[in-house]
Design a protein around this ligand. Structure first.
Ligand code: NAI
Length: 302
């Protein structure tokens, strides 16, 4: 274990939705550790309506007052032009992009039967498409420089499911897929990509967390987020649950399963009769790409 302080000197970090809540804690800490931070925030309401450049500007003022370097940006992540403008702002200021934290988010909770098409579009545009719009131009720059760190913000609502969050949960699980592919595609270029599912008291959740809220400080999420974006961290393709000072890996495992045998033609009843083997989780692997699944399939076909 190294005792060296984790630093971000010369690194340029883009943090979306960093005008408040979780993103602000990341921005302040990374700047304190030497990063140059592009603080993006549309400055709207929790449901995504409205907007004001003051949210990002206030965080930048705080960083600069503490002796750090930061630039404010109020573009929306929700369009390709907005994503490009965010990455351009970092390039114009500092000529490089090393880190992207996709953190911007809105909430439009409704039970599935009451889902409105406009809410679905808004939630997918900010959380899922927004992460594409910012990450794509950044990925190209990182590839050229053979270095990059991506962090995506998922949620238990998608990883595990939650009432009233169909569009949000789908978008948040979609980010796991995006991160996994960036981890695979970016591996040879030194690009690492990970996901956190945070739990913290912010304006987005203060009405939802109940009495637990006082124990769920965003500052307790920040250390893992910042670590995952550091050069010291070589982890990639991973997902973590983080909140209240608890840090835990979440993983997608592939069970050993039941193999009927090469060339077999199992019946529907065969499947029913082998459900316990099909569903058993002992001896599972945690694949790092489709190759691991193919290897298990090949083994079963031997
Ligand atoms: P927050 O509402 O304080 O932060 C979200 C920020 O994103 C806001 O400052 C907002 O202005 C900004 N934003 C919204 N739409 C934007 C857009 N189109 N372009 C740029 N910025 C935009 O809430 P919080 O909790 O800090 O959320 C941060 C992330 O963490 C979100 O992605 C959220 O879904 C996720 N999350 C939070 C949890 C929690 O317990 N607080 C739980 C699970 C996920």
């Amino acid at each position: 274990m190294s005792s060296a302080e984790i630093r971000f000197d010369d690194r340029v970090a883009i943090i979306t939705g960093a005008g408040g809540g979780l993103g602000k804690t990341y921005a302040l800490e990374m700047a304190r550790r030497g990063a140059r931070v592009l603080v993006n925030d549309l400055g709207g309401a929790v449901d995504g309506s409205g907007g004001a450049a003051t949210a990002a500007a206030a965080v930048v003022a705080e960083i600069v007052a503490a002796g750090g370097q930061a630039v404010a940006n109020a573009d929306s992540v929700s369009t390709p032009a907005g994503g490009a403008a965010i990455v351009d702002a970092a390039m114009t200021a500092w000529g490089r992009v090393d880190i992207v934290i996709n953190n911007a988010g809105i909430l439009r909770d409704k039970s599935f039967a009451k889902l409105e098409p406009d809410d679905l579009v808004a939630v997918l545009d900010v959380h899922l498409r927004g992460a594409f719009h910012v990450s794509l131009p950044a990925f190209k720059i990182m590839k050229e420089r053979s270095y990059g760190r991506f962090l995506f913000t998922s949620s238990a609502a998608g990883l595990f499911g939650n009432f009233g969050q169909a569009s949000y949960g789908a978008a948040k699980m979609g980010l796991v897929g995006l991160s996994n592919v960036l981890a695979v595609e970016g591996a040879r270029a030194g690009i690492r990509s990970n996901v956190i599912a945070p739990i913290a008291r912010t304006r987005m959740t203060e009405q939802l967390l109940g009495p637990l809220a006082e124990h769920l400080d965003p500052a307790q999420v920040m250390p893992l987020a910042v670590y995952l974006c550091s050069e010291a961290c070589s982890l990639t393709h991973e997902v973590f649950s983080v909140g209240g000072g608890r840090y835990a890996r979440v993983f997608i495992g592939l069970a050993k399963g039941w193999a009927a045998g090469k060339g077999s033609r199992p019946s529907v009843e065969d499947v029913r009769d082998h459900l316990s083997e099909i569903r058993a989780t002992d001896g599972h692997v945690v694949p790092t790409g489709i190759g691991d699944e193919m290897a298990m399939l090949m083994a079963a076909l031997k």
